[in-house]
Design a protein around this ligand. Structure first.
Ligand SMILES: CCCCCCCCCCCC(=O)SCCNC(=O)CCNC(=O)[C@H](O)C(C)(C)COP(=O)(O)OP(=O)(O)OC[C@H]1O[C@@H](n2cnc3c(N)ncnc32)[C@H](O)[C@@H]1OP(=O)(O)O
Length: 172
């Protein structure tokens, strides 16, 4: 797939954390009201991100009618949010909490409502607090990606990062 993103050549390689979810297991460390992964939000993506081998994760997302953008196809923003969630969860494999700093999406084909998107993502490496991640999505044929993404996530101290906004959190 065509893309313009070039990760730095001197990325530091990363190791899987000894306590990371085992391959095939759900990575479950976010919260139930998250738009991307929460079970308690009525209109959310409800993504279950599954640990793969090494520094990889995957997830499936049925493309529901409420996700429509153009007639009969997924909205680009919904697709971007799904990539964000899948890639943003993957640094839990290295024991790091992160937020998105930079997210690039390449849209290769329209994605029809009623299809199921399969996401694969892998951590490329780190440069100081920046974690570089790439992801590809297909709807049945892994050799024919329908979209791809590249991102830079930045590691945070969760308590410190959200302290100012914590009292506005939504509890359902
Ligand atoms: C939570 C539980 C998890 C559990 C699982 C979570 C799954 C979550 C999935 C969804 C994730 C989200 O949507 S998160 C929500 C959307 N994102 C956000 O709200 C983040 C808003 N932005 C910020 O808070 C801030 O800008 C930060 C934290 C990203 C960076 O601020 P900072 O901490 O002051 O650090 P700073 O020195 O500026 O940047 C650190 C390094 O990153 C680089 N950098 C900063 N911004 C960018 C950028 N846009 N593009 C390229 N590089 C950048 C800097 O040049 C520097 O590189 P160098 O000098 O080292 O070279």
């Amino acid at each position: 797939m065509k893309h313009a993103f070039v990760p730095p050549a001197d990325l530091e390689p990363l190791q899987r954390h000894p306590k990371a979810a085992a391959p095939g297991h759900h990575i479950d460390l976010h919260h139930s009201t998250c738009f991307g992964c929460g079970d308690d939000v009525p209109l959310g993506l409800h993504l279950k991100v599954i640990a793969g081998d090494g520094l990889t994760v995957s997830a499936d997302m049925p493309v529901a009618s409420w996700m429509q953008g153009g007639p009969g196809v997924i909205h680009g923003g919904v697709l971007s949010a799904a990539f964000d969630e899948v890639m943003g969860t993957s640094p839990l494999l290295i024991g790091s909490a992160v937020v998105t700093a930079h997210l690039e999406i390449d849209f290769a084909e329209p994605i029809p409502l009623g299809s199921t998107l399969h996401f694969d993502a892998r951590i490329l490496g780190r440069q100081r607090r920046k974690v570089y991640i790439a992801s590809v999505a297909h709807i049945g044929d892994p050799e024919r990606p329908v979209a791809s993404a590249h991102s830079i996530f930045v590691t945070i101290d969760v308590k410190e990062h959200f302290a100012e906004h914590y009292d506005k959190r939504v509890i359902l």
